[in-house]
Design a protein around this ligand. Sequence first.
Ligand code: SF4
Ligand code: SF4
Length: 358
Amino acid sequence: MSMADMREPIESGCPDGFQYMHPVMRKNFGNWKYHDDPQPGVLRHVAYSGDEVYTIKAGTQRILDIFTLRKLCDIGDKYADGFIRFTIRSNIEYIVTDEAKVQPLIDALTDAGFVVGGTRNSVTSLSHTQGWLHCDIPGTDASGVVKSMMDELIGEFKAWNMPNRVHITTSCCQINCGGQGDIAINVQHTKPPKINHDLVSNVCERPSVVARCPVAAIRPAMVNGKPSLEVDEKKCICCGACFPPCPPMQINDAEHTKLAIWVGGNHSNARGKPTFQKLVASGIPNNPPRWPEATAIVKNILKCYKEDAKDWERINDWIERIGWPRFFEKTGLPFTKFHIDNWRGARASLNASTHIRF
Ligand code: SF4
Ligand code: SF4
């Protein structure tokens, strides 16, 4: 086929964001001189042209109902310049160019029940995955964990009390959108999947499921005269990857699906290289509706970090300075053999190098 015969691709990605930007931000794009933080929840950016913009940040839940959205937009129309945007941690930001508009906007947000904060050295909104609302594989409701924890950490959202910024994430299954953060609360399955053999042949594509298992623990099998699957439980690492393509391989369990807490993850850092998070607490009850056990551990880690870290140390910087043994001593979290990653199978069956292979 010649190039002339090829059709143009249909561009259905996200629209150009410039059209939605505040005009003063558009005008000064790439020409900002500096920014500072006049008060918690407020950023001020100053451009070389002399223009200033104030950004006022308020926490919102990630999944917003239409009534709350309308309320937030009405506040933006009345008290701001009619421009909003959402951050990746589900905070809403209003942009104004007049300093006199900042306090009335904060008052209007506070009166409507929203909390202004989440800037600089605060605990910003927990980021979370979808949970039971519209995903088909969660082992817990990440949104619910966020609500419960933010209720208890709201003082840290509003203030600048932490040594540096704290990003907390949650994730409701063990394999997909999952969290990487200063503190991450992730689902942890502890038992292999239970197979409903009557449904497998009707619902699952068996080769896809077999291929999906990272440790080759699933084999085709005939059960009661029907094609089904079997799991080598000695090999299974309880990751849950077989459940999405084959729902009859149920791994979620009220008792055996737990939460685990990981710390020290950082995608990028002006002062150091990116770091992977490490497991510090496991087997925590997945205990809705308030998840008190997980919340207590997170609050304890934050307390130790606040007391012991130097200014501007992120959690990973703090742990690197004091060392992991001191981290466990200070937080009082038990260090067990389960914290040591001694699984050797990855060398043979996982992509363990930095090379991309297909
Ligand atoms: S973390 Fe897993 S269960 Fe939660 S929304 Fe993402 S894919 Fe779904
Ligand atoms: S849970 Fe993970 S390791 Fe276990 S059988 Fe399923 S895909 Fe394989």
